[in-house]
Design a protein around this ligand. Structure first.
Ligand code: PEP
Ligand code: MG
Length: 748
C-alpha cells in the first residue's frame, strides 16, 4: 500500500491544475482501496460549510454542493478533526441523507480530516456500496493520503488557485517587529538575464577568477540549502534540478572552460555567458530528447551564477520611494545593506521572530512579518498594509481598512512622542530603583551607534555584521578602527564587545559552513577557538581600540563548558601581553560570558571566580532550553519567550548571580520587550540591554511602575504552568496601568 500511496502522490503532484489533480486523486484512491466512491470536500470557514471539490461515485455535475459544518457525517469529521469509520453509516445518529448527492446506494463510510498546521482544511471520504468496516491499514492509508493532500491544498490556496473566501482576508504571518506600515510591496524578481550581459574585459584577471569562485561557492551552498529545505516536498522533479545544478557546477570541464575564458581576458560575467551558451547549444543539438531538454537547465544555471556574481559585488539596493520589501529569506546582511529610510516594512517568506534578521528589524524600528505564505507574482507593485503587531498583511486594502490603519499609525506616532520626551534621563522606577538601560548595537554596521545618548552604555556589541558584509575577514587594523569609533561614542561608559558569534543563521559568505544542525554546530566560541588566529586578531583589535577610552569589556558567546572558557581566557591573556608590550597604557578589560547554553545554569558557581560578569542571551537560551529552532517558522508557536521554564531559568540565574555577587545583565530580546522588561525587573534584574528602538518605551514603563508591583507579578509568574497565562497576566497588568498601547492585540 505504501508504494501505491507514493504513486498516487507523485502522479497528483505532477498535475499543474489543482482541480484536475484532485479529480485524479479521488479516482486513484478508489482503485487503491477497491471502493466505489471517493470525495474531497474543502472547508469554507467564512460560510461555515464544506464545499465538494472532486468526487468519483457521487452525482456531481459541476454545480456547487455544500454541507454545513453542523450537518451529517462529513460535518462531524470536520468538527471533531478525527477519522470516522462506519460499516453502516445510516445507523449513526449524525447520518444525514443528502438527496442531491445520490449517495443512497452507499452503506459504509470512512472519512478523515485534511489537516494543515492544526487547521482542518477539508474532509476526504471513501464510501462503499456493501457494508464494510475499513481495516486499520486502510484507515491509516487514508489518513496519510489526507496529510499529503493537505500540503497540496495549502500550497494551491496560497497560490490563489481558488478562493473560497468571499470577503477580503488578511494573510497572516509571524509578527516579528511591531509597527504599522502602509505602502507599496516590492518583490525583487529582477533576476539578471544572460542575454543582458555584454562583452567586457577583465581589469584584473586574478580578481575576476576569485569573483567567479566565490559565486560558484555561493551558488553551490544555495542549491544545497534549497534542496534540504525542499527535501520533504513531494515533487521529485524540483529536487532533481538542484542535484543537476550541483553536479554541473562541480564538473571540472565546465570550471576549466570558465577559468580559461577569464584567462583570455574576459570579465567573469561575460565568460559565464559565453561558456553557458556554448554548453547549452551543445545540449540543444543532442538527439536524445531528455538531454536536449537539459539545454534550458544549463541556461538557468547560468542565470543563477550570474545572480551570485552580481551579488558578491554587494551592490546597494535603491528604491525610488520607500517600499514594503518582500523577500524569500530575510538575512541580517541584506537588511543591513539597505538604507533604513527606504524601508517601510519587511515581509519574509522564511524565518521566525527571533532570527537575527528579525532582531535587526526591531533594532531598526522597521515593522516585520516573517514566515508568510504569499503568491509573490500577484503582489508586486500593489498597495498594502503590514501590521507588525499581529502579523497581518493586507493586499489592496479597502478604503475603510486604510482609514483604520492610518489612525493606528497616528496613535503610534503619538506614543513615540510621549515616550521620547525624557529619553535622556536615567531610568528609575516610580519608587526610585535605578535600572541600568544599555544598548544592543552592532547589527547594522553602526550608523545607529550614536543615536542613543540616553543609555548607560553598550551592553552588547555584536561584532559579526561587519564580518558578514565583507568578502574576507576584516584586518586587525580595520577592526581596530571600527571598534575605536564605537568606544569613542561612549567614552565615559562601559562598552561590552562580544567576540565573533558566527554560525547558526549567520554564515560568512566567504566561509560557507555546511552542517545538518547549524545552531548546534560550529558556532560562536567553538568556531573562534578553532581559529585562534581570528580570535586573537579580534581581541587585540578591541584592546588597542580601547587604549584611550579604557571602557572595554569582552563578552564570550555560546560558552558551554569550563574548558572553552579556560582556552578563551588564555588567548585573551596572550593578546593582552602582546598589545601591552606595544602600548603600556592599555587597561586589562573585564571578561564575561553569555549565558545562553543551558549547561551554564549548573556550571556557573564553578566558573564564577574566573569571570567578571555574565550576560544572559534569552534568544538562544530559549531556543536551547525548549529545543526549538529560533529561525523556523513551522515551530514558531513552540518558541515562547515567556515559557514557564524560561522564566524559572531566569529566576535561577538571577538568584545564583546574587549569591555569587556576580554582575548580571540581560541582553536577549526579552530585555527590550515591554512586557519582558518589567517581568525581568520583577525577578530582580537591574541591568537590561536592548535595541535602540526600545529604550524610550522601556524607560517610560519603568518610570510609571513600582518594583513591589513587579515583584508580586514575577512571583505569580513563577507558579504558572502555561506561558500563555504569564502573558495574559502581564497583559492584564498593562491594561490596568494604561500601557495597552505598548503591546496591542495579537503580539506573541
Ligand atoms: C541571545 O542569544 O539572546 C543573544 C543576545 O545573542 P544573539 O541573538 O546574537 O544570538
Ligand atoms: Mg545568542
Amino acid at each position: 500500500m505504501l508504494s501505491q500511496l507514493r504513486d498516487i502522490v507523485e502522479q497528483v503532484s505532477r498535475v499543474e491544475n489543482v482541480h484536475a489533480a484532485l479529480q485524479l486523486l479521488v479516482k486513484q484512491t478508489c482503485l487503491a482501496m477497491h471502493t466505489e466512491c471517493c470525495t474531497i470536500y474543502l472547508a469554507n470557514e467564512e460560510m461555515q460549510r464544506l464545499e465538494l471539490m472532486a468526487t468519483q461515485g457521487l452525482r456531481f455535475h459541476g454545480n456547487k454542493i455544500h454541507i454545513n459544518f453542523s450537518e451529517g457525517l462529513v460535518g462531524l469529521v470536520k468538527r471533531s478533526a478525527e477519522p470516522l469509520n462506519l460499516a453502516e453509516a445510516s445507523k449513526h445518529p449524525n447520518f444525514k441523507y443528502f438527496s442531491q448527492l445520490g449517495e443512497e446506494v452507499y452503506q459504509s463510510f470512512l472519512g478523515t480530516p485534511i489537516i494543515h498546521r492544526k487547521q482542518v482544511l477539508g474532509v476526504l471520504v471513501v464510501q462503499q456500496k456493501e457494508p464494510r468496516l475499513f481495516d486499520e491499514m486502510e484507515e491509516s492509508f487514508l489518513v496519510t493520503l489526507a496529510a499529503q493532500l493537505a500540503v497540496i491544498i495549502a500550497h494551491a490556496q496560497t497560490q490563489g488557485q481558488w478562493r473560497l473566501e468571499k470577503t477580503q482576508q488578511a494573510i497572516r504571518g509571524i509578527p516579528a517587529s511591531s509597527g504599522v506600515a502602509i505602502g507599496q510591496f516590492w518583490w525583487d524578481n529582477s533576476q539578471p538575464l544572460l542575454s543582458d550581459v555584454s562583452p567586457a574585459s577583465a581589469l584584473d584577471i586574478e580578481r575576476e577568477q576569485e569573483w567567479l569562485l566565490l559565486a560558484i561557492e555561493a551558488a553551490l551552498t544555495d542549491f544545497r540549502r534549497m534542496r534540504k529545505k525542499l527535501d520533504s516536498e513531494i515533487n521529485k522533479d524540483t529536487l532533481a534540478i538542484f542535484d543537476l545544478f550541483t553536479h554541473l557546477l562541480n564538473d571540472p570541464m565546465l570550471r576549466k572552460d570558465l577559468k580559461a575564458q577569464i584567462q583570455k581576458g574576459d570579465r567573469a560575467d561575460w565568460a559565464v555567458r559565453q561558456v553557458v551558451e556554448t554548453y547549452s547549444s551543445r545540449f540543444a543539438r543532442m538527439s536524445d530528447t531528455y538531454l536536449r531538454e537539459r539545454a534550458q537547465d544549463v541556461r538557468e544555471l547560468g542565470q543563477r551564477l550570474l545572480y551570485f556574481l552580481h551579488n558578491t559585488e554587494n551592490e546597494q539596493q535603491t528604491f525610488e520611494q520607500p517600499v514594503i520589501l518582500v523577500v524569500r529569506e530575510l538575512t541580517a546582511s541584506l537588511l543591513a545593506s539597505i538604507p533604513k529610510d527606504q524601508l517601510l516594512a519587511v515581509i519574509s517568506l522564511e524565518g521566525a521572530a527571533n532570527s537575527h534578521a528579525a532582531i535587526l528589524s526591531r533594532a531598526l524600528g522597521i515593522p516585520a512579518v516573517m514566515g508568510v505564505s504569499l503568491n509573490l507574482n500577484t503582489i508586486n507593485g500593489k498597495q498594502g498594509i503590514v501590521d507588525g503587531y499581529s502579523g497581518k498583511i493586507l493586499i489592496s486594502p479597502s478604503r475603510q481598512l486604510l482609514k483604520e490603519y492610518r489612525a493606528l499609525a497616528n496613535e503610534e506616532r503619538e506614543l513615540a512622542n510621549m515616550v521620547n520626551q525624557r529619553i535622556e534621563e536615567p531610568a528609575y522606577t516610580s519608587d526610585g530603583e535605578r535600572i541600568e538601560v544599555l544598548l544592543n548595537a552592532g547589527l547594522s554596521a553602526d550608523a545607529n551607534i550614536a543615536v542613543n545618548q540616553g543609555v548607560d552604555g553598550v551592553g552588547l556589541y555584536r561584532t559579526e555584521i561587519s564580518f558578514l558584509l565583507q568578502h574576507r575577514f576584516p584586518s586587525e587594523e580595520e577592526q581596530t578602527h571600527q571598534y575605536k569609533s564605537v568606544m569613542a561614542t561612549y567614552p565615559d561608559k562601559r562598552v561590552v564587545m562580544r567576540s565573533l558569534d558566527i554560525g547558526g543563521d549567520k554564515a560568512l559568505p566567504y566561509l560557507p559552513i555546511e552542517e545538518d544542525n547549524p545552531f548546534l554546530g560550529w558556532r560562536g566560541i567553538r568556531f573562534t577557538l578553532d581559529h585562534p588566529d581570528i580570535f586573537l586578531m579580534q581581541i587585540r583589535a578591541m584592546m588597542k581600540a580601547s587604549a584611550e577610552t579604557q571602557n572595554l569589556s569582552i563578552l564570550l558567546p555560546m560558552v558551554s563548558g569550563a574548558q572553552e572558557l579556560d582556552d578563551a581566557l588564555l588567548l585573551i591573556e596572550q593578546a593582552y601581553s602582546e598589545v601591552v608590550a606595544i602600548n603600556a597604557s592599555i587597561a586589562r578589560p573585564q571578561v564575561g560570558i553569555m549565558i545562553e547554553v543551558p549547561s551554564m545554569l549548573y556550571l556557573l558557581p564553578l566558573l564564577a571566580d574566573k569571570i567578571d560578569f555574565v550576560s544572559v542571551g534569552t534568544n538562544d537560551l530559549t531556543q536551547y532550553l525548549l529545543a526549538v529552532d529560533r529561525n523556523n517558522s513551522r515551530v514558531s508557536n513552540v518558541y515562547e519567550s515567556m515559557h514557564p521554564a524560561v522564566i524559572m531559568a531566569l529566576d535561577h540565574i538571577y538568584q545564583t548571580c546574587k549569591q555569587l555577587k556576580l554582575p548580571v545583565c540581560i541582553c536577549g530580546e526579552l530585555a527590550g520587550d515591554p512586557i519582558g522588561s518589567l517581568l525581568l525587573v520583577g525577578l530582580g534584574y537591574r541591568s537590561l540591554s536592548m535595541n535602540t528602538s526600545n529604550v524610550a518605551k522601556v524607560k517610560y514603563l519603568l518610570r510609571h511602575t513600582r518594583v513591589d508591583e513587579l515583584e508580586s507579578l514575577a512571583s505569580q509568574a513563577l507558579t504558572q504552568p502555561y506561558g500563555n497565562n504569564i502573558y495574559a497576566m502581564m497583559q492584564d497588568f498593562f491594561e490596568l496601568k494604561g500601557f495597552s498601547g505598548f503591546i496591542r492585540a495579537g503580539k506573541k
